[in-house]
Write a protein that binds this ligand. Structure first.
Ligand SMILES: [Zn+2]
Length: 60
C-alpha cells in the first residue's frame, strides 16, 4: 500500500496492491504500475530496495 499524487486527477490517493497491474525493476528499485481511482495509469517507486537495514542498539 502506498500514497500517490496522481498526475491526472491531482489527488493524493491510497493505492492498494490489488490495483497494481505490473511491478518492474529499475536501478532505484521496484516500480509499481497501477490504475488510479480516477482510471489513469500511474507508476511509482516502491522504495523497498532503498531502505537501509535498521541499526540495532543494545542497551547496556
Ligand atoms: Zn487519479
Amino acid at each position: 500500500m502506498l500514497t500517490h499524487l496522481c498526475t491526472s486527477c491531482s489527488k493524493r490517493q491510497i493505492i492498494f496492491p490489488t490495483q497494481f497491474t505490473a511491478v518492474t525493476a529499475s536501478e532505484q528499485g521496484p516500480v509499481a504500475t497501477f490504475d488510479c481511482w480516477c482510471g489513469a495509469e500511474q507508476s511509482a517507486p516502491l522504495g523497498w530496495a532503498a531502505a537501509e537495514p535498521r541499526k540495532r542498539v543494545l542497551a547496556a
